[in-house]
Design a binder for this molecule. Structure first.
Ligand code: NAD
Length: 154
C-alpha cells in the first residue's frame, strides 16, 4: 500500500498557506489563483488551522460576513489534524472519512513537508488498483488457457 512519502514524490512538496491575520478576501483569491480547495494557516512557522471553501461558504457567506473585513483566524478550522509521511493512503482515507475532512497537512516531526487532498488519495488508490489489474491480466494471458492437445499419429 502506497504511503505519503511516495505520493508526495509524485505530487510535490509545495504548500500554499496564509497567515491568520490575512483577510478572507485575500485567502479566497489565493484559492482561486491556485485552483485549490484549502489553505494551511501558518503562524510562527507552525500550522494553526485550515481555511477551506467550506469554511468560506458556511462561516462567512452564509453568515453575511464581509470578506475584506473578516480575518482568517476568526473562521478557520482549528486545531489542525496532520499526518506523517510514513502513513499509508488507506490510513489517511479512514481519517478523512472519520473526521469529515478533505485535506491533510503532512508533518515530518515539526516540519511541514506537504499537503494531500481527498482527490490525491482517490487518484492513488485508482492507480494502485489499475496496476493490480494489469498484473493479473499479464499473469492470465501469459499462460495458455487450455493444456495443448496431445499429438497423435493419425
Ligand atoms: N468524484 C470523486 O470521487 C471526487 C473525489 C475527490 C475529489 N473530487 C473533486 O475533485 C476536485 C479536486 O479535489 P481535491 O480533493 O483534489 O482538492 P483540491 O482541489 O483542494 O486539490 C487539488 C490539488 O491541489 C493540491 N492542494 C490543495 N490545497 C493545497 C495547498 N494548500 N497546498 C498545496 N497543494 C494543495 C491537492 O493536494 C491536489 O493535488 C474537486 O472539485 C473535488 O470535488 C471528486
Amino acid at each position: 500500500m502506497t504511503n505519503l512519502n511516495t505520493l508526495l514524490e509524485g505530487k510535490g512538496h509545495n504548500v500554499w498557506s496564509v497567515h491568520p491575520d490575512d483577510t478572507v478576501l485575500d485567502a479566497i483569491k489565493v484559492l482561486a489563483e491556485k485552483d485549490i480547495g484549502a489553505l494551511i494557516v501558518i503562524e510562527d512557522g507552525k500550522p494553526v488551522g485550515i481555511f477551506s471553501e467550506r469554511d468560506y461558504a458556511r462561516s462567512v457567506y452564509l453568515k453575511g460576513k464581509s470578506s475584506p473585513e473578516t480575518l482568517v483566524r476568526d473562521v478557520m478550522a482549528s486545531p489542525v489534524i496532520c499526518v506523517r509521511p510514513d502513513q499509508s493512503v488507506n490510513e489517511c482515507m479512514t481519517l478523512m472519512t472519520e473526521k469529515r475532512i478533505r485535506h491533510l497537512p503532512v508533518m515530518d516531526d515539526d516540519e511541514l513537508v506537504g499537503m494531500v487532498s481527498i482527490g490525491d488519495l482517490v487518484k492513488s488508490v485508482i492507480a494502485e488498483q489499475q496496476f493490480t489489474i494489469e498484473q493479473l491480466e499479464h499473469y492470465i494471458h501469459g499462460y495458455p488457457r487450455f493444456p495443448a492437445a496431445p499429438k497423435t499419429d493419425c
